[in-house]
Structure formats: structure tokens, C-alpha cells
Design a protein around this ligand. Sequence first.
Ligand code: IMP
Length: 191
Amino acid sequence: MKIVFATNNPNKLKEIQALMPSGIEIISLKEIGCTEDIPETGKTLEANAFQKARYLKEKYGYDCFADDTGLEVESLNGAPGVYSARYAGSQRSAEDNMAKILNELNGTKNRKAQFRTAIALILNGEEQLFEGFVEGYISEAKQGAKGFGYDPIFLPENETRSFAEMSLNEKGAISHRGRAIRKLVVFLKNQ
Ligand code: IMP
């Protein structure tokens, strides 16, 4: 089975390819000639994931799936949430986004946070949604250099290491995206 994954983020592509069984081939946007920014203007992760998948299906005709992820910080009332990519501005800088959160949590005891991922699948004309989340904490400072996005400041529950200090497989075993992807894989295998 071949399926397009609607992302321009090479890190996400790597994470997802590592979690797919050998019978399912993931095709990147580059490979189908889609180089534009896919609109994501929804107010929820789920809406954004479906918006991206439907755009791709309508414009390019491929069966596909798209993910949208947000970091939800309890003491910031769930922010940045669906606005995680542009939290510190339209430059979409991971460094600026992390600095903003560390600054906002400066001196705050409650550092609880979670990552949440919604994956929208369009296959044979039908839509499906898969979700995954991981609870944890925002660290006091950045830790590690692997991964991407907010990984250096997120400590999953019962861990002293951040996601940025873990291998692809270690992160995938417990991460929001790993959990959502495993549900997607079970579904795809049953098709
Ligand atoms: P999106 O799902 O690509 O829209 O991501 C929203 C924001 O969350 C971006 O700033 C990403 O860098 C960040 N993000 C998405 N997935 C992860 C992850 O697994 N770890 C850390 N940050 C992530």
C-alpha cells in the first residue's frame, strides 16, 4: 500500500517512516510535486488535520493522511495548543517559541503540559481520525539537541530526559505522534 503523508517537515516524515511496517510505503509531498504551504486555518488540531488531508485529496487526488500537533501547557490555559507553530510569531522559529514558553513559565511551579496529535486519513473516499497524546512537564531550560520543535523543553512523565535527548525509536515508543500512528497502522493493516 502507498499513501501520501501531507507534511513538509522532514523530521515528522522520518518519525512516521520509522513507525510504518514494511508493507506500507509513505510518499512525501515532494515526491508528488506539492511544494506549496498547505492551508491550516482551523481552530482545532482535528480541523487542521482534516483541512490538510482534504486539500491534498482534492488538488492532487491521492489517498493521504495529515497530522496536526499542539503543545498544551496547563498553567497557560492550554496554550499554545493549535497555535503552537507560530506561538512567538510568523517566523515559526522553534527557538523563539521555546524561549517564549520558558519565559512565561519563569517562577511557575505547575509546569504540566501535554503534546496532542490528530491524524486525519482519507482512504478510498472515507475519512478517519486517530489521536494520541503524551503527558509531561516543561523543563526549566532546554535539554538535548535531537528531535525538533519543542522537544528540548518537554520531559515526558516519569523521565528525566527531554524528547530531544531520546533516539527516534525511544521518542516514538511514548510520543503523541507514535501513539496516534500506531492506531493508524492497525487501521491500515485491516484494510
Ligand atoms: P504542526 O503539527 O506541524 O502544525 O506543529 C505545530 C508546532 O508543534 C510546530 O511548532 C512544531 O515544531 C511543533 N511540534 C509538532 N510535533 C512536535 C513534536 O513531536 N515535538 C516537538 N514539537 C513538535
